[in-house]
Ligand binder design. Structure first.
Ligand SMILES: *Cc1c(COP(=O)(O)O)cnc(C)c1O
Length: 373
């Protein structure tokens, strides 16, 4: 079986360095808020090009704490409307509702699955205060247009960069476009820890300080509490392991792009719609880091069964849109037809950076051999 994501294989590449990093942490006697976290925060903010990085416990907390910090700083208040793509992963929306803000679901662009600035514009009301721009599947949302729209209407922009570490437009990376950005280092993300981890990047010092305090019991200073905060910290062990993996992120991204281009060039099946054109080159793929390689087909169940029988594991990102989830029962009557179609048709092909060329070719051949019965 060609695994959808060979996490074991990915981490095995760095086994010795990971063991050394873990050993250093064990031997240091210091496990929370120490030198590994500070070094990782500096290295990751350098990587993104931002002034600040604040490590937190996971990607959802990165988004939730940023919105909460804006409330704490008086920039948002309960009931404010926040524009968010209707087809995003549920975490982008949980961060909004957790803060008693109102998500306004907007249909995505049909070709990129990302926020469409034109549709976002029509969703703006006098109560709109922020946009959560999700870089879905590893492709940057159209940030120049989104930031122009935000400037025009004085909106805050929070990037959800959980799937887009290192993606860039005009040399500017995910995490450095909005007023703040949430990252996840969940093991399966492009930069994955060996457990839960996340971070916020921003160029705003006051925001960074507020998030840091909120995630540490609301404390700026030991035993002094400014806010009723939470405990959401990135521990020394995960920070140390992430530092090892950050050094290899660009090489892994380059391999993801190679695999994506091989799929784009190699898969010729009229019932399978590709996410990018075969004419692309690695140079033209800057904005996409292929966290996922998502094809679309009206025959999804049959294609998934066919690929499974051919030894190719696939997954669906995502099977149920947020507005049809039980968790958001009061939205169940809403209709977002494009989002609903996307959720019925998408299928993610394997894209581990450690896949061999033989495995990539086997996926291509299996896709090309698919016929509608
Ligand atoms: C993974 C993910 C998150 C949440 O990250 P966790 O670390 O799992 O909390 C948020 N948004 C998107 C788009 C994601 O893919």
């Amino acid at each position: 079986m060609i695994p959808f994501l060979d996490l074991k294989g990915i981490n095995a590449q760095y086994r010795d360095a990971l063991i050394q990093a873990a050993t250093n942490v064990i031997d240091s006697g210091w496990y929370i808020q120490g030198s590994e976290l500070h070094a990782f925060e500096r290295e990751f903010s350098d990587y993104c090009g931002t002034r600040h990085c604040v490590g937190v416990a996971n990607g959802l907390d990165a988004l939730t704490l940023t919105l909460r910090a804006w409330k704490t700083l008086g920039k948002l208040k309960e009931g404010d409307e926040v524009i968010v793509p209707a087809n995003t992963y549920i975490a982008s929306i949980l961060a909004i509702t957790e803060n008693q803000l109102k998500p306004v679901l907007v249909e995505p662009d049909a070709a990129t699955y990302n926020l469409c600035p034109i549709k976002a514009t029509t969703a703006i009301t006098p109560k709109t205060r922020a946009i959560v721009a999700v870089h879905l599947y590893g492709q940057l949302a159209p940030m120049p247009e989104i930031m122009a729209l935000a400037d025009q209407h004085q909106l805050l922009v929070l990037e959800d960069s959980a799937q887009a570490h290192g993606a860039e437009i005009n040399g500017k990376k995910a995490g450095n476009w909005g007023h703040a950005s949430g990252f996840s280092f969940y093991p399966g993300k492009n930069l994955g820890a060996l457990g839960d981890a996340g971070a916020v990047t921003t160029n705003n010092e006051e925001l960074a300080r507020t998030i840091r305090a909120l995630g540490n019991y609301g404390s700026h200073k030991k035993y002094e509490n400014l806010y009723q905060g939470v405990n959401s910290r990135l521990d020394e062990m995960q920070a140390a392991l992430l530092r090892v993996k950050l050094k290899h992120l660009d090489a892994e991204t380059a391999r993801r792009k190679e695999i994506a281009l091989a799929y784009a060039k190699g898969i010729h099946n009229p019932v399978i719609q590709q996410p990018i054109a075969a004419e692309n080159t690695p140079e033209t793929l800057g904005s996409h880091v292929f966290h996922l390689y998502v094809v679309r087909t009206e025959e999804r169940e049959a294609l998934q069964a066919h690929l499974g029988a051919a030894g190719v594991q696939t997954l669906i990102h995502y099977p149920i849109p947020p507005h049809q989830q039980q968790a958001y029962r009061n939205w169940n009557k809403e209709h977002h037809p494009l989002t609903e179609t996307i959720h019925k048709q998408v299928l993610s092909l394997p894209i581990s950076p450690v896949m061999s060329n033989e495995q990539v070719n086997a996926v291509i051949e299996a896709c090309n051999a698919f016929r509608i019965k």
